[in-house]
Design a binder for this molecule. Sequence first.
Ligand code: FEO
Length: 385
Amino acid sequence: MQAVEIKQGIYWVGAIDWSMRSFHGYQTGRGTTYNAYLIIDDKITLIDTVKEAFAPELLARIKSVIDPSKIDYIVSSHVEPDHSGAIPFMLEHAPQARVITTLPNGEKGLTGRYGQLPLQGVKAGDSLNIGSRTLQFVPTPMLHWPDSMVTYCPEEKILFSNDAFGEHLASSGRYDDEVDYGTLLFECQKYYANILMLYGRQAQTALKALSGLEINLIATGHGVIWRKHIKDIMACYEKWSAGEMEERAVVVFDSMWHSTEKMARAVAEGFAQRGIAVGFYDIKENHMSDIVTDLMTAKYLAVGSPTINNQMMPTIAAFLCYLKGLAPKGKKAFAFGSYGWGGQSIGQVEEELKACGCEIVLDKIRVANVPSDEDLAAIAAKMNF
Ligand code: FEO
């Protein structure tokens, strides 16, 4: 295991998790990386660690450059264990190192998780001279944990951004221009949608704080290091955090005997007839983390469910629960579904859409039993919002 020099005296020493397929429910089809960076200066500094299981890989990469016992500082940008998990392990190998973390939240989080550690707290505006370089700490609270921060090195013009601007993508290339750009942007959008969508306001604050910095590398906590497309990814974050949407629709449904599915097709047709592009998702065949990725920049959402045991389908309930947590802004939505008797699910879906913060633009569409050709034609005709 070798370190990768990204600037003279600065090394990527992270780990590649090729096989990771679920990040607490977020489906990560292309694996991920846990990025850590080693800065060789008067004071040797490690920016972040890796998930605990990958600690030996981190150590091996560090050892390819220096004796780990020489590390003076470990910067903990974020307490979540995919970045902090190997801190106790590293402290065994670097017993004199101090762990830099935000006050009070990083200190509280690390102590709560790992017990007493040799901590050194920092606040907004604090910096640390490590020799020929300075590390400036910029707390980014709730992006996406209370303790989160990024670190800027002005002498190198590197932003160590941790979760921000990252993506779950395992690759042998370490840079944005060494992977397929379309795949990279998709994974970045998926990451933002599933991890950061709830925190758009905090993302805007962070972008403002970073706007005056000259940056020629964004060394992220996951995925690739940005060197070619820095302006592009920052522009994406501006757009996503502002909640900008396109004239597109997402249709999500479950179906037992294809009646709600037929209605979903009629809804998709209704959007298409209005020139609105549609993402069409049978919840049984698509993962919700992919659906919210598409939905993030779509203006319209239609959700369909038949009724089972007086409830909406549990699959749709899970999707709406997930969506409510992500708190999308400004979606125009409606509910639809077929039913045998009762038909409570459609009203339940409508109520959940309201709870998600959606504006209901069309009264719920209910069809008993099997929709006729007339019922289906009427759906498209109703969609005149
Ligand atoms: Fe990559 Fe929020 O941890």
